[in-house]
Write a new protein. Structure first.
Length: 145
């Protein structure tokens, strides 16, 4: 944040978003829990740790203040994520994000099993046909004074 503040003109705005905690992002949460059952001794926690790990608005505000910003506006927005089938988000998360690396680090031969476990868990929670799950993020806006 200090570097962003340094390069902004006076009155310039820093605008970014951060995913809210994983529990407010239903597909990611279901996938994380499904993979914990596949790898109980060392569950892949990438989704909870990285994209959903920087959710505390107090921490975000404090880090912006430490960089010299004042009075950030932090708005939490909820929306819906939709897919035609449970398989689509399962593949997206397990094979199309860095979560793939954590699955492969545990056992690369189990990628299909992990993806199927995620598919099954999403289908149990949201159904077999078109699915719809909550997603939530914080939009942060702060100006350089």
């Amino acid at each position: 944040y200090m570097e962003a503040r340094r390069v902004l003109k006076p009155g310039g705005t820093l605008l970014f978003n951060a995913w809210d905690r994983i529990e407010h992002n239903q597909f990611a949460d279901v996938v994380t829990n499904a993979l914990a059952a596949v790898f109980p001794d060392d569950p892949p926690r990438f989704l909870a740790r990285v994209p959903h790990g920087y959710y505390d608005k107090g921490v975000i505000a404090a880090e912006l203040a430490a960089a010299g910003f004042a009075a950030p506006r932090i708005e939490t927005l909820a929306a819906r994520s939709r897919a035609d089938t449970a398989r689509i988000p399962a593949i997206a998360y397990c094979q199309g994000t860095p979560l793939r690396n954590e699955i492969a680090a545990r056992d690369p031969a189990r990628m299909a099993e992990a993806t199927q476990a995620a598919t099954d868990a999403i289908a149990r929670r949201f159904g077999e046909g078109p699915i719809d799950g909550k997603i939530q993020a914080h939009v942060v806006q702060v100006a350089k004074s």
